[in-house]
Design a protein around this ligand. Structure first.
Ligand code: SAM
Length: 350
C-alpha cells in the first residue's frame, strides 16, 4: 500500500479529520490493501459504538409524483413511468404491518408531490405519531420551506433525509436542471438542522461527471457538518433519463467511502443501501462489513413497488414486506450481525 495512504488512514482513524487534498489522495491512490485497512478500522469503530446491532428502517415509498427533473432519477417529472400516490389508509396499514414486524422507525419517502401540502402531510405524520408514539418518523420528501419543515417537526417528524447529492456547486448543476439550486438545497439542510431534526445527507457514488475532488468535498462536508445520517450508494443507470447511457458506479468505491465516512464521524448512522444490493447480490452485507450499521427494508405495498424505480433493476420489487424484513435479518445473521427492534437513534459519542 502507498505509504501516504496508510498514514492518512491512520490519521483519519485517530483524529477524524483530514485536509481536502488528503481525502482526494485517499480516493485516487486506493488499492485493495488500503480498502481492507479502512474497512477493518471502520468495522471495529462501528462495533465499539453499536456492537453487532443493525438498525432497521421501514421504507414507505408513498408517491412517485415529482415536480423535479433531476437528470439521474427514474421518477423525474419527464420520465414516462406509471404514477401513483398512497393515501392515509394505505400508509397507516404499511405502518401497522411494519410495527408487527418489529420496525420502530418509519421512513416516508417520495417525490416532490404538491398534493402532499403541509396540511396533508402533517395530518399523516400526526396520525402515525399518535398511533405509534414509540416510533421515529423520518421524512424524505425533498426541498420545502423552513416553515413547512417546522410544521412537520411539530407534527411529530424528528428525522429528515435530504441527500446533498454533491458538495460541489458546479457538479450539482451538471446533475440538475437550472430550476434547481445548490444553495437552496444546502439551505434546506441547514434549516432542518436548526429546527432540531436528526439530518441525513448523502450522495451517489460515481454519478456522471463526478471526480475524486468532488468526492473529497463530500467527505469534507460530512466532516464539518456532522450529519446524524449519511446515505451513499452507487449511481445506477436509469432508463428514460438524460443519463440513460451513463455507466453505473462501482460497489468497491462505495464500500471504501462508507469506511472513510465511519472514520470521519464514528457514531453516524450509515445505511447499507438498496442501490448497493442492486449492484451486488451481497452488496448490503459488504456494506455492513465496511462500516455501515443500518438497513432499510421496503414496507411499500407490493402493488406499487415496481413504480418507484429510481434506477434500473432495483431489487425487492416483488417481495412482501415480511419477506424483505426476514431476508435482511437472515443476511445480517449470516455475517454475524443482529437486526434489532429499536428506534435506532444516533449514539452520543465524544
Ligand atoms: N425527492 C426526495 C429528495 O429529492 O430528496 C427523495 C426521493 S429521491 C428519489 C431519493 C434519492 O434517490 C436521491 O436523493 C438520490 O440520491 C437517489 N437516486 C435517484 N436516482 C438515482 C439513481 N439513478 N441511482 C442511484 N440513486 C438514485
Amino acid at each position: 500500500m502507498d505509504t501516504k495512504v496508510n498514514e492518512y488512514i491512520e490519521k483519519l482513524a485517530s483524529t477524524h479529520q483530514l485536509s481536502l487534498d488528503a481525502y482526494e489522495y485517499l480516493i485516487t491512490h486506493r488499492d485493495e490493501e488500503a480498502m481492507e485497512l479502512a474497512a477493518r478500522k471502520a468495522r471495529n469503530l462501528s462495533r465499539s459504538i453499536y456492537g453487532k446491532a443493525i438498525y432497521v428502517r421501514g421504507l414507505i415509498e408513498f408517491t412517485n409524483i415529482c415536480k423535479n427533473d433531476c437528470f439521474y432519477c427514474g421518477i423525474r417529472k419527464d420520465a414516462h413511468c406509471s404514477r401513483y400516490r398512497l393515501d392515509m389508509d394505505d400508509i397507516l396499514s404499511c405502518c401497522a404491518e411494519g410495527y408487527d414486524l418489529g420496525f420502530r422507525t418509519f421512513v416516508l419517502q417520495g417525490g416532490e408531490d404538491a398534493y402532499f401540502d403541509d396540511d396533508r402531510l402533517c395530518d399523516i405524520v400526526s396520525h402515525i405519531h399518535a398511533s405509534y408514539p414509540d416510533c421515529a418518523i423520518t421524512l424524505s420528501v425533498g426541498e420545502r420551506s423552513k416553515e413547512s419543515y417546522q410544521r412537520l417537526y411539530d407534527a411529530g417528524a424528528q428525522r429528515y433525509l435530504l441527500r446533498h447529492e454533491t458538495a460541489n456547486q458546479q457538479h450539482y448543476h451538471q446533475l440538475h436542471p437550472a430550476s434547481m439550486s445548490f444553495t437552496h438545497r444546502m439551505q434546506c439542510i441547514q434549516d432542518l438542522r436548526d429546527i432540531g431534526y436528526a439530518v441525513g445527507v448523502g450522495m451517489m457514488v460515481q454519478s456522471p461527471y463526478q471526480t475524486a475532488h468532488h468526492l473529497a468535498q463530500d467527505l469534507k462536508f460530512v466532516e464539518t457538518f456532522h450529519p446524524e445520517m449519511c446515505g451513499i450508494g452507487p449511481y445506477i443507470t436509469a432508463q428514460d433519463t438524460p443519463f440513460h447511457d451513463q455507466p453505473s458506479g462501482s460497489v468497491e468505491l462505495t464500500l471504501y467511502l462508507i469506511s472513510l465516512l465511519r472514520l470521519i464521524y464514528p457514531p453516524m448512522l450509515i445505511p447499507a443501501t438498496t442501490a448497493l444490493g442492486t449492484m451486488d447480490p451481497v452488496g448490503r452485507e459488504k456494506g455492513v462489513l465496511a462500516g455501515a450499521n443500518v438497513v432499510m427494508p421496503n414496507l411499500s405495498p407490493v402493488s406499487v413497488r415496481r413504480k418507484y424505480q429510481l434506477y434500473d433493476n432495483k431489487i425487492c420489487i416483488g417481495d412482501e414486506s415480511a419477506q424483505c424484513r426476514h431476508c435482511l435479518e437472515n443476511r445480517m445473521d449470516r455475517i454475524g450481525y443482529t437486526v434489532v427492534t429499536d428506534r435506532g437513534d444516533i449514539k452520543v459519542w465524544d
